[in-house]
Ligand binder design. Structure first.
Ligand SMILES: [Zn+2]
Ligand SMILES: [Zn+2]
Ligand SMILES: [Zn+2]
Ligand SMILES: [Zn+2]
Length: 372
């Protein structure tokens, strides 16, 4: 005679051995098997629904959930660890992360919107534009603060966005869309932003972490690739020829320059420095970073929340570009720092004042104010 089994779930009698099922170490009937159990989509074992973790699309066992999955903070769906998007300590599915990103003020480090170019109304299409990255620290990686600063910059149009930056302790990175020098100087409310940032407790110069980076569009350095390479090589040559002056200008310590904005090393011909820079192991942590496809990044400067110093730095970058565009290799070879300075357009008002402050100008220095 056959052994008689009782379903551990509903208590019914199972007469045929073929009709019995084993789930979670219990013998159950076919109906219970079909109606009350499921196959874990991760491990493939069978479990009771009451022990499942599920959303609209996925059912998995508790054990698999505990080891490999999380729930999205926003919609509650189940996400495999490999597919989790983190916002701080909170896990999100990719859809929710994207939607949250829309209303977040501090974007991921990798955030890269399509660039919008801003020029003053009387400037032509071809004027060179500069994308600025200004790191600020010590005031918190705080979305409300980011909102406050953006509400100053983006009153009319989106000219600034804010990103998180792993190299900062309690700060963030302010990133401008590419703007002409005059736009930065006369239309961009940098001064108001900087003053507010200081009031919110941020510092930039007075940290060991912050830099000021300026991106130059390669296209604005020449019409052809060869021409761009020529100009870039002369920018590199200028840095190597006048490193002592530029280093003093940068306000960096030797250690910080070496770490974040290292020089490539002097060679007699600009193209040799370019070749060396291309093979360099410094990656982007070079005073002139040429690893980006569409921009050259000047990383020389220590951060600052003092508008005059900030603007002097942008004017210097512009002057170095002009100098590399207008002069030949031979002319650059013969050019001393004093030649460069004496040749500066008087429109570089902040640059000329700053050079005097730093005793980098040929004339006597002037009084100077503290940095923040
Ligand atoms: Zn049953
Ligand atoms: Zn499982
Ligand atoms: Zn979600
Ligand atoms: Zn940068």
């Amino acid at each position: 005679m056959n052994e008689i089994y009782e379903c551990a779930n509903c208590g019914c009698t199972i007469e045929n051995e073929e009709d019995l099922y084993e789930v979670e170490d219990q013998i159950i009937c076919e109906d219970c098997f079909n109606d009350e159990t499921f196959t874990c989509s991760h491990c493939g074992d069978r479990f009771f629904y009451r022990n499942s973790v599920s959303d609209d699309n996925t059912a998995i066992c508790q054990n698999c959930y505990d080891n490999y999955y999380r729930r999205c903070e926003r919609c509650g769906c189940i996400i495999h660890d490999d597919n989790v998007y983190w916002d701080g300590d909170y896990p999100y599915c990719s859809d929710c992360y994207d939607e949250e990103e829309q209303c977040r003020h501090i974007h991921d480090y990798g955030y890269k919107p399509v660039p919008i170019f801003y020029r003053c109304s009387d400037e032509g299409e071809n004027v060179r534009c500069y994308g600025v990255e200004l790191e600020i620290d010590r005031g918190g990686k705080d979305d409300d603060n980011a909102d406050t600063l953006e509400s100053i910059s983006n009153r009319e149009e989106e000219i600034l966005y804010i990103k998180s930056d792993g190299s900062l302790d309690e700060g963030m990175e302010l990133v401008s869309h590419p703007c002409s020098l005059y736009f930065h100087k006369y239309d961009f409310p940098w001064e108001e932003i900087m003053k507010r940032a200081v009031r919110l407790g941020y510092r930039s110069h007075n940290t060991s972490t912050c830099g000021l980076h300026v991106h130059i569009g390669r296209c604005s350095l020449g019409n052809t690739y060869e021409r761009q390479e020529d100009v870039i090589s002369r920018i590199l040559f200028f840095f190597e020829s006048h490193w002592n002056e530029l280093f003093r200008f940068s306000r960096r310590s030797e250690e910080s320059a070496e770490h974040w904005a290292a020089r490539h090393g002097y060679e007699d011909r600009p193209k040799e420095i370019l070749e060396k820079a291309k093979k360099s192991s410094k990656g982007r942590y070079a005073c002139v970073n040429i690893t980006n496809i569409s921009t050259v990044e000047i990383r020389l400067f220590r951060g600052t929340l003092k508008w005059n110093t900030f603007m002097a730095s942008l004017e210097l970058v512009d002057a170095i570009c002009e100098n590399a565009i207008r002069h030949s290799d031979e002319e650059l070879h013969k050019q001393s720092w004093a030649d460069f300075v004496m040749d500066l357009s008087p429109e570089y008002t902040e640059l000329i004042t700053y050079l005097k402050e730093k005793r980098l100008y040929v004339n006597e220095p002037v009084e100077t104010e503290e940095e923040d």
